[in-house]
Design a protein. Sequence first.
Length: 276
Amino acid sequence: MAAEPMIDSIPWLTSSVFVTVIVTIALLIVCRRATSKMQLVPVGGQNLFEAIVEGLYDMFEGVVGKHMIHKCFSLFATLFIFILASNWFGLLPGVGTIGFGDNPGPWHSLKAVDHPILRPGSADLNMTLALALLFMVMWLIWTVQEVGAGAFILHLFAPKGGTSGVLWFCLLPLFIFVGLIEIVSIIFRPVSLSLRLYGNIFAGENLLHTMGSLGDKLPPFVSSMLSVLLPLPFYFLELLVGILQALVFTLLCAVYLQLSTSHDDEEDHHPKKHAH
C-alpha cells in the first residue's frame, strides 16, 4: 500500500510524489499556455479553459452561495482539476507497470514489477490526506471570518428554534451533547474525505492490474493480447470513477463550507447583520 521511494536516501521522494510533481507541472504549463494570449473572443485552449472555469464557478456558487464563492472558488477549482488530472494520469500506459522487481516472471507479467516508477498520486493516502487537511484549515479560517468565533460556537452548542426562558436551560445539556458529537464529526471529515478518494483510486488501480495479469499462465502471445484486451472495458469505468471522485471530494468540501457559513439560521448572531 505504501509508495516506494524513488531514491533510498530520500525516503519522501516516492513514486506517487514524483507523479504529483509531473501532474502539477503539466497543469501549470497547460494553464499558462491557455491564458498567455487572452482574446476578447476566446478560441482554442482559452475557450476550453474559460468554459471549465465558468462551469466550475456556477456549480460551486450554487452550493456555497454568492457571499462565499469569491473566497473559496480558487481552492475548490484547484482541488477538482488537480484530483481529476491525477486520477486520469494513473490510467496512462506505464503508470504502475514500469519499474523494478524481484519476482520472477515473464517480461509481459505485471506481477514482475514490485517497485513501479510511476504511481497515481491519488492512490497514495499521504496525498489525499494532505488535500483534506488543507481544506479543513481553510474551512475553519473562512467560517470564523464569515460568522465569527462566538456565533460558530453558539451554532454548535446553543439550543435551536428560538427557545428561551426555562426551556432554553432545560435543552442546553442536550444541545451541548449534540455539539460534542458535531465536533467529533468535524474531526473525522478529513479522514472520510481522504479515505474515500484513496480507496476508490487504489481499488481501481488494483482492478486494472488484476485484469491485466489474468492470462499470465497462458502462452506468451495469448497472455500479451489478454493483458491489453481484458483491462480495456475497465478503463472506461475508471475514467468515470476519476471524474466522479473529483466531484464528490470537492462538492463535499463545498457542502461542509455552506453548512458552517449559511446565514439562514444565524441572523441573530451574524456580526455583519448587526453592523448594518
